[in-house]
Design a binder for this molecule. Structure first.
Ligand SMILES: *Cc1c(COP(=O)(O)O)cnc(C)c1O
Length: 361
């Protein structure tokens, strides 16, 4: 039933042939030198693509993106910290909830839907002895890409430990961990990595490795010190999603061979620009003040966003990404991640134009 669906959501997204072929294979035993070599290569390519500083380490968590968000909050902050959380949508809100659950003192910088972060939002916190900042580089729920240079300069000036959830932005938008002084970067398998969901990735700069190793945490599965120790020999403390890690390996190599992170960046940026130009003049407004290449958030002027999602799914074989909660009728999103082409964009735009002819848009 889902076989021929064209998928414009923000995850899971469509995978390449090579990645899908691995999904059909038997899952191998993993306490072997061969699997360790795959994991070592995964770590090396992740460091290369995030431009992580020398001495950085990478942890692969079996769990969705939120698992790595939670593991990070638990392992790098304590009740002695004071953390700022940029909250511009549902993923920012998730960091707020994680701070609440784990008793991390925090202050929310709340932004209206679709609004970008400006220097004025940060200035009240200048010189206020905050120790950490949590931000979702692309707030995927509203498609707002924050100004990471602004955030990074603020953190640098104030000696603040910077955690960036790049789950949907990784590979889609330019990012340089070393240059930006980012301490922790998080991503997941089902966004631009275009693999099945189930693995999330934490890249730790040396400063973060030191912080993790210097503290005790009350958790078994999310103990990053333990994960780092096992990772030294290309292993994980517990049985990981072996198949997905092999798919991630194929995908990272595919990107490397096709010209690396810059060329993947350009490919996604081109797809996003192509889609945005093809819908110009149609009855939509784009709701983000600062767009990521990953996703285009659209507000339909004459129809319910959720009805558009249902109609595209049921009558045209196309998935776009619905929004939840009070945005469900107002906004839907078109993702530009995964194995999509400009011809696929045309197929989606033609479907929307057909709906317009039918008076459904
Ligand atoms: C997808 C996403 C997540 C993770 O969500 P999971 O469902 O736990 O994988 C977190 N943050 C952002 C910005 C995302 O886009």
């Amino acid at each position: 039933m889902t076989k021929d669906m064209l998928n414009f959501t923000v995850g899971p997204v469509m995978s390449s042939e090579a990645v899908r072929a691995i999904g059909q294979e038997q899952v191998p035993y993993f306490r072997t030198a061969e699997f360790s070599a795959t994991m070592k290569e995964n770590e090396q390519l992740m460091k290369k693509f995030t431009k992580a500083p020398e001495g950085s380490r990478v942890v692969f968590i079996t769990g969705s993106g939120t698992a790595s968000m939670e593991a990070t909050v638990m392992n790098v902050f304590t009740p002695e910290d004071r953390v700022l959380v940029v909250n511009g949508g549902s993923f920012g809100h998730r960091f707020v909830q994680l701070c609440e659950i784990h008793d991390i003192p925090h202050t929310e910088i709340k932004l209206d839907m679709g609004c970008k972060l400006t220097a004025e939002h940060l200035s009240p916190y200048e010189g206020q002895h905050y120790t950490g900042l949590l931000v979702n580089l692309d707030e995927t729920s509203t498609g707002v890409l924050y100004d990471i240079k602004l955030i990074s300069d603020f953190c640098h000036r104030n000696g603040i430990f910077l955690v960036v959830d790049s789950i949907s932005s990784f590979l889609a938008d330019p990012f340089d961990m070393e240059q930006l002084g980012v301490d922790v970067m998080i991503t997941g398998s089902q966004k631009a990595l275009a693999c099945p969901p189930g693995i999330s990735v934490i890249v730790l700069a040396p400063n973060a490795v030191e912080r993790v190793c210097g503290r005790e945490v009350k958790t078994m599965y999310f103990n990053l010190k333990d994960a780092l120790k096992n990772g030294e020999r290309g292993q994980t403390p517990f049985t990981p999603a072996v198949g997905i890690l092999r798919q991630i390996n194929a995908r990272l190599r595919e990107i490397d061979e096709a010209g690396g992170v810059e060329s993947e960046n350009r490919r996604i940026a081109h797809l996003a620009a192509d889609f945005r130009s093809k819908i110009s003049g149609m009855p939509f407004t784009i709701v983000s003040q600062s767009l990521s290449n990953a996703v285009t958030p659209l507000h339909p002027l004459n129809a319910s966003a959720y009805d558009i999602f249902l109609c595209l799914k049921d009558e045209y074989g196309i998935w776009v990404c619905p929004n939840g909660g009070d945005m469900a009728d107002k906004v839907f999103r078109v993702g530009h991640l995964g194995a999509l082409t400009t011809d696929d964009n045309t197929t989606l735009v033609n479907a929307l134009k057909d709906m317009q002819r039918r008076g459904l848009l």
